[in-house]
Ligand binder design. Structure first.
Ligand SMILES: *Cc1c(COP(=O)(O)O)cnc(C)c1O
Length: 402
């Protein structure tokens, strides 16, 4: 192993050996604890990206670390041809805390959505005379696989890879009529995020999801929610759809936080649409004992300590602080979001400058759009950490928005 003494040496080496697919931020992070991460030059940062909405309990949560250590000494992997216990533990927690009945585990958010779409197509084959089209929204994000690029209604994720996988129709988000207009006898499902994350933290009107669900029920098609970012407490309820009165989807997908930092995804369905049979789907690593042990430990903490309620109160506190900043910075146009998925709309394309400035001052933030910042800290972030982050942001706004 080559020993690297500083971040800049490591960055230069990385440029030689790795595909330059992502423009990374400069620090080389070696350790995390709670809301803080540390780089190999000894600097610390407040992590308001939480490993991309993954570490909902914070970095190195003791219950998760313990579960991974213990499981590593027992059994890591058996393929899904055999029974293992941690996946049952996590499946039970997901089912008991949702309105859905059955879980399939895979390895990522994109794979979870792929599985949900396979389920929807088979449902269409069996119950809807071969209907196979799935309606999704513009500005959505469902992953980077061939099919999910077509589901994701954003041109820059699609252009270089045409022709796209057929069978996906993109419509405006938060607009029921747009869905009604494109629903045909070929439609088998609608797939939506409860709040659009990568699309810029777009919160729908309170009645939107329920009205889409009612439409789907009337048409006999499946209503599916992509909870890869909103699930596992982020919006202030265990699953994001639970924030919306009367919403009980047929299918829900999970990723990101469901493995608490270990790679894991899942799709979950009601018994009424559980159409996959032996041989229909599979995954070598899906539901492996290590990832599901981490996820099961995290889910237990979430339920026992009511972490979703912490997301709600912490989110309210952060939003209040950001609203107070808005009084003093005319560059802030809007603060929006739910729980601890919060967007800050700026009056110009200041995101990149602000994110760089915050990084220099010890705060990791995400520029979700050129003019929108996204806040997605661990759900158990403390008031003091929020205060510190907002004060760093305050300085950056002053310097970067002229
Ligand atoms: C991140 C994300 C995905 C993709 O998850 P991967 O694990 O990166 O494949 C899908 N849907 C939503 C809503 C996401 O936020």
């Amino acid at each position: 192993m080559v020993h690297m003494s500083t971040s800049s040496e490591y960055v230069a080496e990385e440029a030689k050996y790795y595909m330059q697919v992502v423009r990374r931020m400069p620090p080389v992070l070696v350790r995390g604890e709670g809301t803080r991460v540390f780089d190999n030059d000894g600097r610390s940062y407040l992590d308001f990206t939480a490993g991309w909405a993954v570490l909902n309990l914070g970095h190195s949560h003791p219950a998760v670390t313990r579960a991974i250590r213990e499981q590593a000494g027992l059994i890591l992997q058996m393929s899904n041809l055999f029974y293992t216990t941690p996946q049952l533990d996590l499946a039970r927690t997901i089912v008991e805390n949702s309105s859905l009945d059955r879980v399939f585990f895979c390895n990522s958010g994109a794979e979870a959505n792929e599985g949900a779409c396979k389920l929807a197509r088979k449902y269409g084959r069996i119950h809807l005379g071969g209907a196979h089209e799935i309606i999704t929204a513009f500005n959505s994000f469902h992953g980077r696989t061939m099919a999910m690029m077509a589901a994701t209604g954003q041109a820059h994720y699609q252009e270089a890879w045409r022709p796209l996988m057929p069978g996906f129709v993109n419509v405006d988000y938060n607009n029921l009529d747009a869905i009604r207009d494109v629903t045909t006898s070929n439609t088998c499902a609608v797939l939506l995020e409860p709040v659009q994350g990568e699309g810029g933290v777009n919160v729908p009107d309170p009645g939107y999801l329920k009205s889409v669900q009612d439409w789907c029920q009337m048409q006999g098609i499946l209503f599916m929610v992509d909870e890869v970012q909103t699930g596992m407490g982020r919006l202030g309820t265990m699953f994001g759809y639970q924030r919306f009165e009367g919403v009980e989807p047929d299918v829900m997908t999970l990723g990101k936080a469901v493995g608490a930092g270990a790679p894991l995804g899942a799709f979950v369905c009601k018994d009424s649409c559980s159409v996959l049979e032996p041989g229909d789907h599979g995954s070598t690593f899906g539901g492996n004992a290590l990832s599901t042990a981490a996820g099961a430990a995290a889910a237990r903490v979430m339920v026992d300590e009511d972490i979703p309620a912490m997301a709600e109160s912490g989110g309210g506190y952060l939003k209040g602080k950001l609203e107070a900043l808005r009084e003093r910075h005319s560059s802030i146009e809007e603060v929006r979001g739910m729980g601890l998925l919060i967007g800050l709309q700026l009056s110009g394309d200041y995101s990149a400058g602000i994110v760089g400035d915050c990084l220099d001052n010890g705060l990791l933030l995400n520029a979700v759009r050129p003019n929108t910042l996204r806040f997605m800290p661990p759900l158990n972030v403390s008031r003091e950490e929020v205060d510190e982050a907002v004060s760093i942001l305050d300085g950056a706004l002053g310097r970067q928005c002229g």
